[in-house]
Design a protein around this ligand. Structure first.
Ligand SMILES: Cc1cc2nc3c(=O)[nH]c(=O)nc-3n(C[C@H](O)[C@H](O)[C@H](O)COP(=O)(O)OP(=O)(O)OC[C@H]3O[C@@H](n4cnc5c(N)ncnc54)[C@H](O)[C@@H]3O)c2cc1C
Ligand code: FES
Length: 265
């Protein structure tokens, strides 16, 4: 884990509510595992007081630069979009948390994301490609401009199914996944961005006996397990009879979907 004042390469609006920040941070980009995150300090004063956590969206081929795709929501992200300029510096800590795991000998995986949750997936798509694994994308958003990362799948020549609320014949993006599973075998499924999606993915994966992982989001402070501000209850085993408190920043943000309480409901 490193704290850096990373030179900002660019920080610009992309589409809908989304912005893309790129910084030069080889100490973080080099060892980063897909699904890990960075904790960014925004501004120099007392507000916002806490750093803000963001998944790493992409890492450059030489692993010197990393990107963060972010949605402008509140005070912190509004300031991020205004204050971080090319040539300036970004104070960030990373890589943080535990990321996704690929099953040994996997040949094909599915990734399912909604909204800005999709931001945790492109580094996994890139790693899978390096390992000769075929990736099918299932992405959803409330409106077309808020659908991001389709280009990442297209870049690798992978199929990507998109779903916009209220459009098309399927009700949910997981209906596309369910239909694809009728004819294709996936070795694992990865999901982020919505608890409803996580439950649907968990059920589909369990029915086929394949592993499924989820990147969880939780309000955070330190980002490395010291403040206990980000605990959630997780199942200790698949029987779901017992739970323990776990810090999302330290044990996660990636969990097995069966660990998520109520994933089976
Ligand atoms: C591990 C992790 C990875 C994340 N990756 C990304 C990413 O790649 N891109 C991205 O845009 N966002 C990501 N987030 C969410 C991001 O941290 C919040 O959107 C950001 O902190 C909001 O800051 P703000 O000051 O603009 O909003 P605030 O004023 O703090 O809050 C605005 C709204 O966002 C909600 N919110 C704030 N923080 C979180 C949070 N941590 N999780 C869920 N909801 C929150 C608040 O409840 C409120 O409704 C991630 C969160 C975690 C925990
Ligand atoms: S944010 Fe401090 S323990 Fe997770």
């Amino acid at each position: 884990m490193h704290q850096l004042f990373a030179p900002v390469v660019f920080n610009h609006h992309v589409t809908g509510d989304y912005w893309l920040l790129e910084v030069e941070a080889p100490q973080i980009a080099g060892p980063l595992v897909p699904g890990q995150f960075v904790n960014i300090r925004i501004g120099t004063g007392l507000t916002p007081f806490l750093r803000r956590p963001f998944s790493v969206y992409r890492v450059s081929r030489d692993r010197r630069r990393l990107q963060v795709a972010y949605k402008v929501l509140g005070e912190g992200t509004q300031l991020m979009s205004k204050m971080l300029h090319t040539g300036g510096e970004c104070d960030l800590i990373g890589p943080l948390g535990h990321g996704f795991t690929l099953p040994p000998k996997a040949e094909r995986i599915a990734v399912v994301g909604r909204g800005i949750g999709i931001a945790a997936l492109p580094t996994l798509v890139d790693l899978a490609t390096e390992n000769g694994i075929e990736v099918h994308g299932f992405l959803s958003a409330r409106s077309r401009p808020n659908l991001v990362a389709t280009d990442v799948f297209e870049e690798h020549g992978f199929p990507v199914h998109t779903h916009v609320d209220g459009e098309g014949t399927f009700k949910l993006v997981t209906d596309h996944l369910s239909a694809a599973m009728e004819t294709l075998h996936f070795d694992a499924v990865y999901v982020c961005g919505s608890n409803r999606l996580a439950r649907a993915v968990h059920r589909l994966a369990e029915a086929r006996g394949i592993p499924s992982e989820i990147a969880m989001e939780q309000h955070m402070a330190c980002g490395f397990g010291d403040c206990h501000g980000c605990v959630i209850a997780v199942n200790t085993d698949r029987s779901c009879r017992e739970t323990v408190w776990r810090e999302v920043c330290h044990y996660g943000p990636v969990f097995q979907t069966w660990e998520v309480v109520n994933a089976s409901t």
